[in-house]
Design a protein around this ligand. Structure first.
Ligand SMILES: Nc1ncnc2c1ncn2[C@@H]1O[C@H](COP(=O)(O)OP(=O)(O)OP(=O)(O)O)[C@@H](O)[C@H]1O
Ligand SMILES: [Mg+2]
Length: 165
């Protein structure tokens, strides 16, 4: 059992569908300005989680991996937007400076895949999720708040998750 930071928790998923349901719970908590960072090796389930996040947040469009366009923007019928950035093709934080991260956050929540690649270009306050491949269909997800304002969101997410798995 790893030692987690204060306020952090971990959850296991036994299927892609379960990971999507975890994302739905998280997506329902997200507001304008919220930053969610995803770290995890290839195939660990980041995009699958994002599919749940966009659905839970209220987008009518199915999330896909934005590998070629870097950023996908999802909209809700009320005009709100959620941005999904995949930093896989970026080499470092400097390359991310060309992206207006603050503007995405002013317009809605922002979810970043491969966030560790551009960590220095991201605001220091954020929710950080680390996904680990365990077995074929099993993943472990560590969820930590970074910054005081994310502690409440992480505990709300934890409560929602405990009702699920
Ligand atoms: N419990 C699980 N949670 C999420 N995905 C799972 C799970 N079990 C199996 N899978 C499979 O693992 C793959 C995860 O792919 P996904 O695109 O979500 O990963 P990713 O972390 O975004 O990868 P990449 O780094 O290439 O962007 C999918 O094929 C999915 O069906
Ligand atoms: Mg992906």
């Amino acid at each position: 059992m790893p030692i987690l930071r204060a306020g952090a928790f971990e959850v296991f998923s036994n299927s892609p569908e379960q990971t999507r349901r975890l994302g739905i719970q998280l997506g329902g908590l997200l507001q304008k300005g919220d930053l969610v960072c995803l770290e995890g090796e290839l195939g660990s389930g980041k995009t699958t989680l994002v599919q749940g996040i966009t659905a839970g947040w209220g987008s009518a469009t199915h999330a896909t991996s934005p590998t070629f366009v870097l950023v996908n923007v999802y909209r809700r019928p009320d005009g709100a937007q959620l941005s999904h950035l995949d930093a896989y093709r970026l080499q470092n934080s400097r390359e991310a400076e060309a992206l207006d991260i603050d503007l995405y956050l002013e317009q809605g929540p922002l979810v970043v895949e491969w966030a560790q690649k551009i960590e220095a270009a991201l605001p220091p306050e954020r929710m950080w999720l680390k996904l680990f491949w365990v077995e074929d269909e099993r993943r472990r997800i560590e969820v930590s708040p970074q910054g005081k304002q994310y502690e409440a969101m992480v505990s709300a997410f934890q409560e929602a998750v405990y009702g699920l798995v």
